[in-house]
Every structure is written in structure tokens, then in C-alpha cells.
Design a protein around this ligand. Sequence first.
Ligand code: ADP
Length: 364
Amino acid sequence: MSREPDQLASAEDALSAQEEAYVESRALVDAEADGDERAVEAALRPRSLDEVIGQERVREQLSLVLQAARGRQRAPDHVLLSGPPGLGKTTLAMIIAAEMSSPLRLTSGPAITHAGDLAAILSGMNDGDVLFVDEIHRMSRPAEEMLYMAMEDFRVDVVIGKGPGATAIPLEIPPFTLVGATTRAGLLPSPLRDRFGFTAHLEYYEPEDLERIVRRSATLLDVELRNDGGREISRRSRGTPRIANRLLRRVRDFAQVRGDGAIDVATAVAALDLLGVDAEGLDRLDRELLRMIAETFEGGPVGLSTLADAIGEDRGTIEDVYEPYLLQKGLLQRTPRGRVITRLGRAHLGHPDTPAGDDHRLFG
Ligand code: ADP
């Protein structure tokens, strides 16, 4: 499992290197994909903007950017995609390249540890290539600075030597399009953020869109969905296509072993309950996190690091993977003094209602 990430790898390799970091902490509703999942995902990925379901606004704006670029026969503006994992950032990067009939190169922020890594990637680019940098907020600072210049002037200065004798050799780069993806746009320094001509934030999917995604995937996987089986799966998928596709496959396994292979509501409910994914799409770890705040920390506020230590999870995983959905659902709240469970959160755990006055802590 432990393989050094290549600086510039094939699509599959680059993805797997990034994903391996998360394998340890994966749960059923973790929005990161693991190795086996990639092959299935590749089969389910929309290949063109027309095939993309949901995210109407982003799709429409992106379609304009690409059409205009095609009209001018120029590489499109650099694109920044932000949003939680599993919402389609990599998919959109692949589609941008496909729609421009350009090759796609994939790498990720953590793989670029030195400016030299980036220089090597950029010097190998051809006119019109699309470079996808996943987790762009995790790139090293010197590489980031090199990237500013490359994005703006299609030029980098390669520094040879060290100290007073060091010389910078300018290197021209053919016009390319950078597609950056990040789960945390707020962590990008503004000079980098400002150099993207098009920025889009992907939101969690609407239930109807997610249901359409489940139906599409079921057709591609040759799985029969009956009555509202697809709706039940999408309801429990945290607004995230990757999770919807994963739950669909797990429910399919259940239906195959315990039934006739078709998925109806009863099968979906039984399978998802068995898997520990509750009616709101929360899994064991989500509930553990809420319970910890409610019980051990008496409702909060509790700092992120303390919480991470208490449940034995990585801070970043809690912040990027678990929290956004709990916040969006109103089960958890962030305050200047830490995380606090809300009334809804307590209700979800089946805890008695908070005494009046307790919620004042939310505004502490
Ligand atoms: P991210 O890069 O944001 O983590 P991905 O682009 O890898 O997410 O998407 C995860 C999976 O979800 C893809 O394999 C694809 O099958 C599915 N998916 C994402 N967005 C959509 C969409 N809009 N329509 C249909 N399927 C989607």
C-alpha cells in the first residue's frame, strides 16, 4: 500500500496516491474513494458536460467558458473548483480536457513538495494541455509562487545553484489550462486564487439530482431499482455522488444475497440499517462524534484537536469529510470557542431536549 506519489502520474496513479492517505480512516460514508472503487468510479463518471447531473449553475458557466475558448481557439482560463470530496471536481477536470479535446495531466498538491517538481511537470506540457492539481492548497509555498508566474505569464524561473551564486533561468511554457481542486478554498493564498479566471464552488447535491445519479448508475451497473429504492439510497448519501454510488453497490450486494437482486425501499432500508447508515446518512463515526460532544464534552464547546484526539480521527478528516455535512444539516455548530452540538443534533441522538438556557453557549 505504501507507494511514493509520483510527481506527475497517470490519472489512475495520481488518484490512488492521494487516496491512499485516507484509506486508514475510511468509513462507509467517507467521501474519499479507495483503490478498488476507482475502477467502478471510472465506469460511472460522466464523460461530457451534458452527462453531468445537477450543479446547473456551474455546468452552465463552465460550458460558456469552454465554448468561448473553443471559438477563440485558445486554452480556456484557469479553473478553480472547490467543495467537499466526492462532488465531482475530478470528473469536471476530465470533462474540461475532453471538451477541449486536450490531454489531461493529473497531479496533486502533496505530490509537489519542491518548486523543481512543478518545474518538471510544467516543462513537459504541450500547447493546450489541461493540468489538474488536486488538493492544490497542500502544495509547497515555493511551488505555489512558481505557479503564479506560470499561470499568468506562461513562464517560470528555474533557479540553478544556491546562495549568492544562484542564477535564475527563464523557461517558456506553452499556454495551458490549470484546473485546481480544493476542499478548502479559504486556505488558498489570494494571489493564487486571483489567478483563476473561473472559480466554482460545488455544493452538496439536491435530493432529486442525487436520485437521478443513482438511477443512472443503476442502469450502468445493470441493477434493477423498484419503486422508491433509488430515493432511499440517495436520501442517505449526504448529497454526495461518490457516496450514492458506493451505497448503491452495497445495497445491490445485499439484494443479491438476501433477495432477488432488485432494490426496493424495504431492501434499501434493511441494507443501509445493517451497514449502520442512518436515515440522515450519518454513519457510526458521525454519530460517535456527536455523542462525544453531547456526553463527554457536555454539549461543547470543544476544540477540534481535543475532539479529534477523543475519537481517534485525524483533524483534517473531521474538518473536510465529517463536519461539513453535520454543519449543513444543522446538527453541529462552529463557534469561536469550538464545536457545539445543536438541539437538532441532540434530537438525532435521541437525547432529551436541552434545558432552556443551554443553547446560550452557542453564542459564547
Ligand atoms: P471529487 O474529485 O470532487 O472528489 P469525483 O469527480 O471523483 O469527486 O466524483 C466522484 C464520483 O461521483 C465519480 O466517479 C462520478 O461517478 C460521480 N459523480 C460526481 N459528480 C457527478 C455528477 N454530476 N453526475 C453523475 N455522477 C457524478
